[in-house]
Design a protein around this ligand. Structure first.
Ligand code: ADP
Ligand code: MG
Length: 739
């Protein structure tokens, strides 16, 4: 541990050696660590509202909640109001088992009252929040009778003489501190003085990564001023400028690192395909449909890529059901034609198998070997498949993660197709690229890469995430598809839905019934696939062939059920979200989703994408709990979680457009919630919001390009800091893996 004399914070007034040591034990050893610990939020003190204003706002918000999705999106779900008020009363209520509830009542003389509730440590809080103290409270607020009630707010005690300055338009930083600190009374106020002190000590020593030229060109603040204003914003504009600078820095360095790594790949040579493909043509001519204009356009873009000296690196985006698979197959055949191997990587076994069967059917009359490789094949079969792959006999290998096991040796692997790219991390793409590079005797050859995704992300964002990737988009779906009719229903009225399904089956259609759980759980009250399958297949559906599929089945079982469903032998498929991605049975025209309130929007969209694939009218029924009916009809509710769920269902009813749904998802979550992008293998950005900061992303991307043209090795004096930063990063987290 540190020598006591080395603890720099101990000399700050009110800290002392004991707390300095606690700080050190929690990662705050030196000034740098303090100034690099940025506030999570800010309280703009002239945005402080009176309790009465807040009360009126909350009442309005509830009235605003009419079921008209366009309007609802105007509610800012992340609104965090702040009040300054005095404690006027404390109440204690005895609960069962000796527990107590402590309510602290506050007033700011605006004739309304606010309430804070403490269910635990009531004695502690009783001592802490004394009558007459002034508190600054920010957090989610709801109405409870005549009180404005805060749920888990941030609370700070302030002195009366501070109130004056608080009302002066100051902006206070709020830090989310580790519990170990707050428990030892290192709270926000203390931490602010720690940061302030640290800043005065190091303000001239902060490392400036960005070249002066870029700072000047984009009017960005220098690092010292930025750091100062992030912690102690002088005003709103300077805070925004500081945030902009950090966003720029963050995305600029990220793009730079990715591009440097990808440039290494671009320098490699590729398998060039210049002549027309006979195999591709044969399959094309026998297709039961015409390719759409978009599909043809993308195929053309790909053909041009294959004529170049460097490998193709292309992202194909297209909403569910837009017909990406056939584009991939025709591309693979362009390379197979010339004797090369290709692979098609799918995220689940179910999907891999479906693609395998589909490719076999489409290539029936061609004399080419297609191989399936998944984790659950028997050892014996795997061994045989490995041989076929290694000898180069297999021309198309379809599989799951099993495709990048160490003992698979490819033979002249010229093209990698990755389906549902968002299911895979960036690292996995790199692993497989390396495997491919090793499959050629000439180590400078890199494979072509085609990644496909139905996750609609804005184009600029896509190009940034997968820097150096060209992006193709299929916008229009094949003709003749009807809009899927989507309706919300309630559990107590499920029998109507069952009858509807029976009717569809009489017309020779098929149905999916989806559940959030495989088995009934003691802990959560949700419908389960197994339980309902056992019940319904013996009662209301007893004359109809039913099947059940979920992740706990063996793959042979899944396979046989899926085949029966594809062949129309099973009419109703009970399932969990295993059918979420890619499954393609055009004859299925109904999907009933149980406990639909439990699913995320993109998940619902993916699920619904399983129907509406043929020319029949399709129907999606979203069944939800009865207690939502009232809220949906009356449009009044103040539970955030419930509001979000209702909005998701309403959005599904309203639109089928993947981009619109992604947008709605983003609005419902509120900015900053990047859950949907987490899977894409991106780092956790602190400042940039990839869905909002398009302009900054574009500018930063352009600067990176210029930089790499003018000084690709970052050797000039002005880029020296940048270079040393990137080298340090590479060592620290092995971020860029260069083969
Ligand atoms: P996704 O883009 O979601 O992967 P698929 O490639 O699975 O979509 O295609 C969905 C369905 O549309 C498949 O049944 C496929 O055969 C069919 N399809 C693809 N292209 C066309 C087209 N041009 N016209 C009609 N149907 C098509
Ligand atoms: Mg697909």
């Amino acid at each position: 541990m540190n020598n006591k004399h080395d603890l720099p914070f101990q000399y700050i007034k009110g800290i002392g050696p004991k707390r300095a040591e606690i700080l050190a034990n929690n990662g705050f050893i030196n000034f740098d660590e303090a100034i690099n610990y940025y506030p999570k939020s800010y309280t703009e003190l002239n945005s402080v509202v009176s309790i009465n204003e807040l009360y009126n706002d909350l009442t309005d918000q509830q009235l605003m909640f009419k079921i008209d999705t366009d309007k609802i999106f105007n509610i800012n779900l992340k609104q965090v109001p702040t009040i300054i008020a005095k404690i006027v009363e404390k109440r204690e209520v005895n609960l069962s088992r000796g527990k107590k509830l402590l309510s602290v009542i506050l007033s700011d003389q605006s004739n309304k009252f606010a309430k804070l509730n403490f269910w635990n440590y009531t004695e502690y809080y009783k001592q802490k929040y004394l009558l007459g103290l002034s508190l600054v409270i920010s957090g989610k607020a709801t109405l409870n009778k005549s009180y404005v009630e805060f749920n888990h707010p941030s609370i700070e005690i302030i002195n009366d003489d501070q109130i004056e300055s608080l009302n002066n338009g100051k902006i206070l930083p709020n830090y989310t501190l580790p519990e170990k600190l707050t428990k030892n009374s290192i709270n926000n106020t203390t931490f602010r003085s720690i940061v302030k002190y640290s800043f005065t000590k190091v303000k001239d020593l902060i490392f400036e990564k960005l070249p002066q030229k870029i700072l000047l060109k984009h009017n960005l603040l220098g690092i010292s001023e930025t750091v100062e204003n992030l912690h102690f914003p002088e005003n709103r504009n300077l805070l925004l400028d500081s945030l902009t600078r950090m966003k720029f820095e963050e995305i600029f360095t990220f793009i730079l690192q990715t591009k440097i790594s990808n440039n290494k790949l671009v320098q490699d040579s590729a398998i060039k395909i210049t002549s027309k493909s006979r195999l591709s043509r044969e399959v094309y001519d026998k297709l039961p449909f015409q390719l759409t204009k978009d599909q043809k356009f993308v195929l053309n873009e790909i053909a041009l890529d294959l004529k170049k000296d460097s490998p193709m690196n292309r992202l194909l985006q297209g909403d569910v059901g837009s017909g990406k698979t056939i584009v991939a197959l025709l591309t693979m055949l362009m390379l197979v034609d010339k004797g090369y191997q290709t692979i098609f990587l799918a995220p689940t076994e179910l999907l891999a198998e479906q693609h395998f069967n589909n490719f076999n059917k489409l290539c029936e009359e061609l004399d080419i070997e297609i191989t399936l490789l998944t984790g659950s094949l028997t050892k014996k079969i795997k061994k045989e498949e490995f041989k076929k792959i290694e000898s180069g006999l297999s021309k198309i290998v379809v599989g799951t993660h099993a495709l990048f096991q160490k003992n698979v040796k490819y033979n002249s692997l010229s093209l990698i197709v990755i389906d549902e790219q968002h299911r895979f991390g960036v690292g996995q793409r790199e692993t497989i690229q390396k495997l491919a590079a090793n499959s050629f005797s000439d180590q400078n050859i890199s494979p072509h890469v085609l990644v496909m995704s139905a996750t609609p992300i804005p184009r600029t964002l896509a190009m940034t995430l997968y820097a150096n990737l060209d992006v193709s988009v299929i916008i229009n779906k094949p003709k003749g598809r009807k809009e899927i009719i989507t309706k919300i229903t309630y559990e107590s009225r499920l029998s109507d839905s069952y009858n509807f399904i029976i009717n569809e089956i009489k017309n020779d259609r098929q149905a999916y019934i989806v559940f959030p759980l495989v088995q009934k759980s003691e802990k959560i009250d949700l419908q389960s696939a197994e339980e309902q399958f056992l019940l319904l297949s013996k009662t209301i559906f007893k004359n109809i062939p039913c099947g059940i599929i979920h992740s706990k089945l063996k793959w042979t079982e899944k396979d046989s059920i899926m085949n029966k469903f594809v062949n129309n032998e099973i009419k109703i498929l009970f399932s969990t979200t295993v059918i979420e991605v890619g499954i393609d049975v055009p004859n299925a025209s109904v999907m009933l989703i149980n406990n639909a309130e439990r699913f995320g929007l993109s998940q619902l969209h993916q699920l619904r994408g399983r129907i509406g694939r043929g020319s029949n009218q399709s129907f999606c029924i979203l069944a939800t709990v009865d207690k939502y009916e009232y809220s949906l009809k009356r449009g009044v509710d103040n539970e955030m979680e419930k509001i979000s769920a209702l909005l998701r269902l309403k959005t599904m009813e309203k639109t089928q457009d993947g981009f619109e749904i992604a947008e709605a998802d983003f609005k419902i979550r509120g900015p900053g919630d990047m859950t949907g992008l987490k899977q894409s293998g991106l780092p956790n950005f602190k400042f940039i919001d990839l869905l909002v900061d398009n302009d900054i992303i574009k500018k930063a991307g352009k600067e990176v390009d210029d930089l790499l043209i003018n000084d690709p090795e970052l050797n000039s004096v002005e880029n020296i800091n940048l270079k040393s930063f990137i080298e340090k990063e590479n060592q620290a987290n092995n971020y860029i893996k260069i083969a």
